[in-house]
Write a protein that binds this ligand. Structure first.
Ligand SMILES: Cc1cc2nc3c(=O)[nH]c(=O)nc-3n(C[C@H](O)[C@H](O)[C@H](O)COP(=O)(O)OP(=O)(O)OC[C@H]3O[C@@H](n4cnc5c(N)ncnc54)[C@H](O)[C@@H]3O)c2cc1C
Length: 375
């Protein structure tokens, strides 16, 4: 690509959406820490154009969601989230709603390309545009990134941060990552829709206007491999808008909008089976299976064999639908693993995101045989 943030990170607006659990799961703890980290980074960017702390309202659109939200309100501090009844939710959102919900006053939307561009401005970063790394080789203690016959770069430390494309590199071929296509719809703001003053989410989300357009999203397609936006998915997004707010749909004149004439963009999310990102150092898959074969017989063993790391090779991927919250902090986590510095997350959370977790689980469940890699 000609510039960074041209794939999943290229949407005009993404939401700082906190899908929390009242049970203190690793994912929930990661989301809380990542949210705070991203929010602090965003203070460097221009509010209104690059991001906005307009709050995020998650609607209690059915009984189950209402009960889930009640538990969250008990578990978390009101500075993070507050339950609002319908009238208060309507006042905060500036539109008519069918229910109240959970309001995150410090949430908001981000223009992801602005966040990526700001991070890439670091004086030690040199962007090599219009290149595709086809192969990684290790030579003389250096990881070399090759594009065919051309050596693009080499360094003692390499971080693979290329979403599901990491599969093409040897040490990562077995990581269980899936691509899920998603499409957003760009809706021109109207005089009446501009009253929307927070992000509002139900199954989908809609954001207050940025440069005269609302972002409405997003579809999920588990099989598609093509990235051309489709009218059917715009139609699906308009149905999500109706569920969020019939009043906002009317303010936007949604029933007059022809799906085939709408603008939008599609990209792949990259998800892992436990919905946690995959962040940290990589080990040699075959040597790992051999080194810890003992665990297949007795998972309580604590083998003293050192892990056969692929020295200097790290990964930061699998950020699913919440990369704006998890990816920046995961960059810090990679740096801390690499430097042997204090981790920016509780150790249990960092380990829950560790790339080795899948191999370890397979070993313990007896699904991985010594001396061979799994299929
Ligand atoms: C429709 C949609 C809506 C979303 N909405 C939200 C939201 O509201 N909130 C939220 O937090 N998240 C949202 N997400 C998820 C979020 O966008 C992702 O989690 C995040 O962008 C992932 O960032 P990434 O850097 O890991 O991957 P990407 O942004 O996909 O970046 C991967 C990069 O690697 C490059 N690359 C790949 N292979 C190679 C190679 N061989 N050589 C060189 N470069 C390579 C690609 O060109 C690309 O630039 C959404 C995603 C989609 C698709």
């Amino acid at each position: 690509h000609a510039q960074p943030a041209s794939e999943a990170s290229g949407n005009p607006q993404g939401v700082l959406y906190l899908k929390l659990s009242a049970h203190g799961t690793a994912l929930s703890r990661l989301i809380i820490s990542g949210f705070g980290y991203t929010r602090r980074l965003l203070e460097q960017l221009q509010r209104g154009r690059d991001w906005d702390a307009c709050g995020v309202l998650q609607l209690a659109f059915d009984d189950k969601e209402d009960q889930r939200q009640a538990k969250l309100a008990e578990a978390f501090d009101p500075t993070l989230l507050q339950r609002l009844n319908r009238a208060d939710a309507e006042t905060v959102a500036g539109i008519g709603l069918a229910s109240g919900g959970l309001f995150y006053p410090e949430g908001g939307w981000v223009h992801p390309p602005a966040l990526c561009a700001w991070q890439a401005k670091h004086p030690n970063i040199r962007l090599l545009m219009h290149h595709q790394v086809l192969e990684l080789r290790k030579a003389d203690g250096q990881w070399q990134a090759w594009e065919g016959e051309r050596l693009l770069a080499s360094a003692p430390l390499a971080v693979l941060a290329c979403a599901a494309e990491i599969h093409r590199f040897d040490g990562c071929s077995e990581l269980p990552l899936k691509r899920i296509r998603g499409q957003i719809t760009r809706l021109p703001a109207t005089g009446q829709s501009s009253t929307l003053s927070t992000v509002v989410c139900a199954e989908g989300y809609v954001a207050p206007p940025r440069l005269g357009e609302h972002t409405l999203g997003a579809s999920f397609d588990f099989t598609a491999t093509d990235l051309t936006p489709t009218a059917a998915e715009h139609q699906g997004n308009l149905a999500l808008l109706q569920e969020i707010s019939a009043d906002l749909a009317m303010r936007l004149g949604a029933d007059q909008l022809a799906p085939e004439a709408l603008e939008g963009r599609a990209a792949f999310r990259c998800t892992s089976p436990d919905y946690l990102p995959i962040v940290g150092p990589l080990a040699d898959q075959k040597a790992f299976t051999q080194a810890y074969a003992l665990l297949a017989k007795d998972a309580r063993q604590q083998p003293s064999t050192p892990c056969p790391w692929l020295e200097g090779l790290y990964i930061n991927s699998g950020h699913g639908s919440r990369g704006l919250i998890t990816a920046p902090l995961s960059g810090e986590l990679v740096a801390a693993w690499a430097d042997g510095a204090p981790l920016p997350l509780p150790r249990a959370v960092a380990e829950a995101c560790h790339p080795n977790r899948f191999m370890l689980r397979e070993l313990v469940r007896g699904k991985r045989k010594q001396g061979e890699a799994s299929q």
